[in-house]
Design a binder for this molecule. Structure first.
Ligand code: NAP
Length: 276
């Protein structure tokens, strides 16, 4: 990891591209809330914004970026292909829609949002095309299990740069994380603060008190210390600021293990293990 001023450190993806380790999530951020959140995040030092065609807010993300005054070249923009757009031609068309919504001629990272049960191979070939054309500086997947990643060996030429999955102390997907690490696939955590549903957890709060930090910060620090990228979502400026203020303290090995022991192997979102 390399540190860049006051910003989140970056990780280097398997094609050499640098990706910030903390980004702003935008699921359920809509309208002016989304525009403001993006503007605030960029002002607080975020340089990674995560969106999707399925979130209906790509235009709001573009608006927030424009209003922030931060140059496009400094920002790492991720968007995702939604489920109805799988297939070779429809993937290429969806990418054009996303680029137009985001008012940019390239994405930093384009992800397949979900491993739908058919067309995964054709869809990935179109993603590879988008990558070769330079319309996405990196391509990857989301919600792919080990089984889905293994299957890619049968049809893919480009190894995914990233796998974005639900991951937090209550869903510590060690096997998947290890699999991705071993193959140079960067692991990215969504719902990284467990959708704010477990902020009262006594272990997280005890560890947080020892460092003068909140339970949300402890979860984000744990994830980034494991080498993951995390994309907490908020539309509140104080929480947006809080969530990136995690790079001036360190969890001990014992604290990392105590947090890892909170695992309940339970998804808060859909569980992709059931997808054929
Ligand atoms: N690839 C996928 O399938 C997938 C699925 C889900 C999510 N994602 C991505 O991952 C992002 C994050 O996941 P998520 O939105 O599910 O959950 P999350 O980031 O774990 O939690 C978001 C919730 O926590 C609240 N919050 C944020 N920071 C807080 C803090 N410091 N203290 C207290 N509460 C705080 C937010 O409130 P406010 O919003 O009211 O400020 C919001 O209700 C999404 O926005 C999206 O970009 C991807």
């Amino acid at each position: 990891m390399s540190l860049d001023g006051n910003r989140a450190p970056t990780v280097r993806l398997n094609n050499g591209l640098e990706m910030p380790t903390i980004g702003l999530g935008t699921y359920r951020s809509r309208g002016e809330d989304c525009v403001r959140a993006v503007r605030w995040a960029l002002a607080e030092g975020y340089r990674l914004i995560d969106t999707s065609l399925a979130y209906w807010n790509e235009e709001g993300v573009a608006q927030g970026i424009q209003e922030s005054g931060v140059p496009r070249g400094e920002i790492f923009i991720t968007s995702k292909l939604e489920n109805d757009d799988h297939g070779y031609d429809s993937t290429l068309r969806a990418m054009e829609r996303t680029l137009s919504n985001l008012r940019t001629d390239y994405l930093d990272l384009y992800l397949i949002h979900w491993p739908v049960s058919q067309l995964r191979d054709d869809t990935w070939r179109a993603m590879e095309e988008v990558y070769r054309e330079g319309k996405a500086r990196a391509i990857g997947v989301s919600n792919y299990t080990v089984r889905h990643l293994e299957e890619m060996g049968n049809y893919g030429e480009v190894t995914p740069a990233v796998n974005q999955c639900e991951f937090h102390p209550f869903l510590y997907q060690r096997e998947l994380l290890d699999y991705c690490r071993e193959r140079g696939i960067q692991f990215e955590c969504y719902s990284p603060i467990a959708k704010a549903r477990r902020l009262d957890d006594s272990t997280l709060n005890e560890i947080g008190r020892a460092h003068g930090r909140t339970a949300a910060q402890v979860m984000l620090r744990w994830e980034t210390q494991l080498g993951c990228v995390a994309i907490p979502k908020s539309v509140h400026r104080d929480w947006i600021a809080e969530n990136i203020s995690i790079f001036d303290f360190e969890l001990s090995t014992e604290e990392m293990e105590r947090i890892g022991a909170l695992d309940e192997d339970r998804h808060l979102d859909w569980d992709p293990r059931s997808v054929e």
